[in-house]
Design a protein around this ligand. Structure first.
Ligand code: ZN
Length: 507
């Protein structure tokens, strides 16, 4: 007797269809599982057997072969429990197959037969819809998440018995309406609450517009973290497709809270400096997205950059370049998107007060040099904007705000949005100024008149590497876009140069 039930398996941030096949064969009683890893398989077998028994079903007293196809897909996790149990019920004549025609199922079974939530249900629901499934059975807690996918029936259930009874029509399925969108509550602090730091605030605006990665250098307590936290509030809102994609990434990572709805705002992620390469970039035997992908279309904040392990930071280079984390495995590769703004922050020296007007630095030349040699290198090279932040003056500390230059996040975000539209219309394929291939930007980066003179003088005075010089021009282009200026003027270039203090020091 042969029976089938459809399910799904996660692959990157997507899900692929899985067919669970159950065959009852003559032989000694026992359950043989083909297509799941050893440990996963052994555990699944025990859960399914106990769940069947404790839900009042018969466990077959014959040889049972359960196989998950296709065999060449790596499968993990407990989400196959429910389709396995349902296929077993059909094979033993305890469940009519008609009711499950074209229906997909996912969920972990408890030993008592209850259904427990699994990660990645949003991706599974999308795969089920794409495959033309009639409905998807999910654990109750995953119901709202699955219902985010429009045009697919979602049947939430509390346990195996509930599934069986609801398929027979004797009880109702759970409720799975998509949750109301969350209230437009403040998701990032407002720029208007930041005291002083005009240079830092302006850098945020430029970063948000042109997609430039950013480094804040300043003493403890000068507001580096608060500034960084404001940045998501300056980015354009996510489109519905982008919101769905971001939610899918968080779902695959197992980070969605039940009933939380779509993630509709650009995310802000701030991993601790002790985090591992896998936590930052993603990975594992069954790959999950890391902080880089959780920050997709938002901001990744690396506070105390010097404290991160060098080898961990090295993992960032490739993904930042391509906007994609590529995890290569022996038999397959997985991709997680990671288009984000990187904001790094660091003290100017180990004690934090180097360059301060009042407090002396006690580090000494050798220690400072060591500190900066740890920071420099390929990652520092990717931070287009470098901003020196001064400690707040007593006047600024007692300032109650209402400074005419302290615009709110909403005012700045509006300017960013308009400039971004202009920029994207000009660049090929809608690239940001920070990432558009240089050869496609030649016309937009051309300097004339006073701007050209300033550039010639600058190149004579500073030792800008070719890479740094390119970055200055890109930043100047973004500033010109913010001013709605077709040409890069000298004033735009001068401002762009003010964001390269580290280049200056080497001169
Ligand atoms: Zn110091």
């Amino acid at each position: 007797m042969l029976a089938f039930c459809s399910g799904a398996c996660l692959f990157g941030i997507e899900a692929k269809p899985i067919q669970v096949e159950v065959d009852l064969a003559p032989g000694l009683p026992g359950l043989q599982l083909v297509g799941l890893g050893d440990t996963s398989g052994r555990e699944a077998r025990e859960r399914v057997r106990s769940a069947l028994r404790n839900s009042g079903f018969r466990v077959p007293q014959t040889r049972v072969v359960v196989s998950l196809a296709p065999a060449d897909l790596r499968k993990e996790g407990p989400g196959f429990d429910l389709p396995m149990a349902l296929a077993l019920l059909m094979a033993t004549g305890q469940q009519a197959p008609d009711a499950l025609q074209g229906v997909w199922a996912t969920g972990e079974l408890g030993l008592d037969g209850s259904l427990r939530p699994v990660r990645g249900v949003l991706a599974m629901a999308q795969a089920a819809k794409k495959a033309g499934a009639r409905a998807l059975i999910v654990p109750s807690e995953n119901g709202q998440e699955a219902a985010l996918v429009q045009g697919l029936e979602v049947w939430p259930a509390k346990g195996l018995k509930h599934v069986h009874n609801a398929l027979a029509g004797s009880v109702a399925w759970g409720v799975a309406t998509a949750p109301m969108p969350p209230l437009a509550k403040e998701f990032a602090p407002d720029l208007a609450t930041v005291r002083g730091q005009l240079h830092g605030r302006r850098a945020l605006e430029i970063a948000a517009c042109g997609g430039h990665h950013l480094l804040f250098i300043g003493p403890p307590g000068c507001g580096k973290t608060l500034l960084a936290r404001c940045l998501p509030g300056l980015l354009p809102p996510l489109s519905p497709e982008q919101a769905l994609e971001l939610t899918q990434i968080h779902s695959v990572a197992g980070l969605l809270t039940a009933g939380g709805g779509l993630l509709q705002q650009p995310p802000f992620r701030a991993p601790h400096h002790g985090c591992s390469g896998v936590a930052l970039v993603g990975g594992g035997a069954y790959p999950r997205p890391g902080e880089l992908s959780l920050a997709h279309r938002g901001v990744l904040f690396l506070d105390e950059l010097a404290e991160f392990r060098r080898d961990v930071l090295d993992h960032l280079r490739q993904p930042l370049e391509t906007g994609m984390v590529h995890l290569a495995r022996a038999r397959f590769s997985q991709f997680f998107p990671c288009q984000l703004l990187l904001v790094a922050a660091t003290n100017p020296c180990p004690c934090g007060w180097w360059g301060d007007q009042v407090r002396p630095c006690r580090c000494g030349e050798r220690l400072r040099r060591q500190y900066w040699s740890r920071l420099s290198g390929p990652l520092l090279d990717r931070l287009d904007l470098q901003v020196l932040l001064r400690p707040l003056s007593p006047a600024e500390l007692s300032d109650e705000g209402n400074h005419p230059l302290q615009q709110s996040s909403m005012e700045v975000a509006r300017r960013v949005l308009l400039a971004k539209e202009r920029m994207i219309a000009q660049n090929p394929k809608g690239f940001n100024n920070a990432e558009a291939p240089l050869e496609t930007m030649k016309g937009r980066l051309r300097l004339q008149g006073p701007a050209k003179n300033l550039w010639v003088v600058t190149l004579e005075r500073l030792y800008l590497s070719a890479r740094s010089a390119g970055k200055v021009l890109r930043v100047a282009r973004t500033i010109a876009d913010l001013e709605n200026s077709e040409k890069i003027e000298a004033v735009h270039l001068a401002e762009a140069l003010s964001y390269r203090p580290l280049d200056r020091k080497q001169a």
